[in-house]
Design a protein around this ligand. Structure first.
Ligand SMILES: Cc1cc2nc3c(=O)[nH]c(=O)nc-3n(C[C@H](O)[C@H](O)[C@H](O)COP(=O)(O)OP(=O)(O)OC[C@H]3O[C@@H](n4cnc5c(N)ncnc54)[C@H](O)[C@@H]3O)c2cc1C
Length: 424
């Protein structure tokens, strides 16, 4: 099989992964002398910060995803190939993919990260992760299906198990999905499932560390914890999950939680691509680069975003946080350096400018930290709303999401709760 991209005399940049970083890089090389080849295993870009809203039936997948071919219509120096990248052949200056070989002059790895189950096979086999739109759909179907089953289940123990959701991981994803599901229990269950007793539904949030949102200020953690408790989320702190067997989640203190739905948002590891020297792989599988995002021990190969770990930044000795802004800023810097190289100018090292962090809790609260400014509540939620709305691709998607949020805010009567399964 051949990937079928003709050389046109331009220098070719191949980008592996069209997530936040890869897409920003491809867009930044628009109207330059580079031929850009974007390779992604999906035919769309997705916006991860709103995946939890798809999982909790607040948004449709199409609201937070956008097809690459639509984004780059009529662009002459751009090629998209839907393919899974498996290996890099540095001798040949090529990547080996599920559709064949693609040669590069410059290669940028932006394949992101995936869920880390820390080697626990039982948890990996039975818990649900929440990193992609596809996984969010699976989670949404499972939750809705379990509610349908619970409504007709006479056995009290089984019904209780169907109505119990355990979320493992107290970072932003865990806090956000816990809040969204608690709102769902409060507002949707009594209306959609009149034969169910909403108070029988339990939502547990289990965190290995002593406080939620461990990367944020202590005050933000307390605000998040208080808001979630008010919504009825049962928080278990300072406790590791050791196993999940026969619908029982086993905690390190020997306790059990009987739950049919376990959401694992407890850790990530960089996606792996063969052909990178072992000494260039750091903790969490992250690819080690210098401050110009050049992969250690490789030539003309860069790595950006969640998949990489830039060494040498004294402010971030463990590497930059795996966040959207890091991926976007690294992509912009690599694009600038590639363009500069073409013009014989020198490259600029990557310096991260932290614009702040935020997380939502439920339908109308959030916590925000911008420099020394730290606040929570309704205004934090409004800011969260504006920032995320600006980042969603496409005018139609922005409009639909905005209307959805407003509708949801005033009456919570949207009807996205379909159990949609692909038939084989
Ligand atoms: C649920 C969730 C919520 C988040 N919320 C926030 C938030 O609120 N704020 C924030 O700053 N950050 C948030 N993040 C983190 C943020 O989304 C990431 O830091 C960011 O997406 C990293 O960008 P990236 O380009 O490195 O990778 P990604 O955006 O993950 O893109 C990776 C791309 O590579 C493709 N790919 C992977 N492997 C292959 C392969 N072998 N071959 C071909 N293609 C491949 C994937 O299909 C994907 O398109 C969240 C992440 C998740 C999962």
């Amino acid at each position: 099989m051949r990937a079928n991209i003709k050389r046109n005399g331009q220098r070719r940049v191949v980008i592996v992964g069209g997530g936040l970083g890869g897409l920003k890089l491809a867009s930044s090389l628009r109207d330059t002398d580079y031929q850009v080849v974007l390779v992604d295993k999906n035919n769309y870009n997705q916006f991860p910060p709103l995946i939890y809203q798809v999982a909790s039936a607040g948004l449709e997948p199409s609201n937070i995803a956008f097809p690459f071919r639509r984004l780059f219509q009529n662009r002459k120096n751009f090629f998209f190939r839907m393919a899974e990248v498996q290996r890099i052949d540095t001798e040949e200056k090529a990547i080996l993919t599920s559709i064949g070989t693609i040669h590069y002059d410059d290669l940028v790895l932006a394949a992101g990260a995936t869920t880390n189950f820390f080697g626990n096979k039982n948890i990996e086999a039975s818990a649900l992760s929440m990193k992609t739109v596809g996984e969010a759909m699976r989670l949404r179907n499972t939750i809705l299906q379990n509610l349908e089953r619970a409504e007709t289940e006479d056995d009290e123990v089984k019904r209780q198990r169907l109505l119990t959701i355990a979320i493992v991981g107290g970072g932003p994803s865990g806090v956000e999905i816990a809040g969204a599901l608690a709102e769902m229990r409060r507002t949707i269950i009594p209306r959609d499932y009149p034969d169910l007793n909403a108070s029988e539904m339990h939502i547990y949030l289990i965190n290995a560390g002593p406080r939620l949102l461990g990367a944020m200020d202590e005050k933000s953690s307390h605000k998040a914890e208080k808001a979630l408790k008010e919504l009825g989320v049962e928080i278990i702190a300072d406790c590791r999950v050791t196993d999940y067997q026969n619908h029982s989640l086993i905690l390190e203190d020997g306790d059990f939680i009987h739950a049919e739905t376990v959401i694992w948002v407890s850790g990530i590891k960089a996606n792996r691509i063969e052909g990178i020297p072992v000494e260039s792989i750091g903790h969490g599988g992250r690819i080690l680069t210098d401050s110009f995002n050049r992969v250690k021990g490789m030539t003309n190969v860069y790595a950006i975003g969640d998949q990489c770990l830039v060494e040498g930044d004294e402010a971030y000795p463990q590497g930059h946080p795996q966040l959207a802004q890091v991926a976007l800023q690294q992509a912009a810097n690599v694009a600038r350096n590639l363009i500069a190289a073409g013009r014989g100018r020198s490259a600029r090292p990557f310096v991260y400018r932290n614009p702040g962090t935020m997380a939502t809790i439920g339908r109308k609260k959030a916590v925000v930290e911008i420099g020394k400014l730290k606040f929570g509540g309704f205004f934090a939620w409004l800011l969260w709303l504006v920032v995320h709305l600006r980042s969603i691709l496409g005018v139609r998607n922005k409009t639909v999401v905005f209307l959805n949020w407003m509708w949801n805010y005033f009456n919570y009567k949207q009807s996205l709760r379909l159990i949609l399964k692909a038939e084989s």
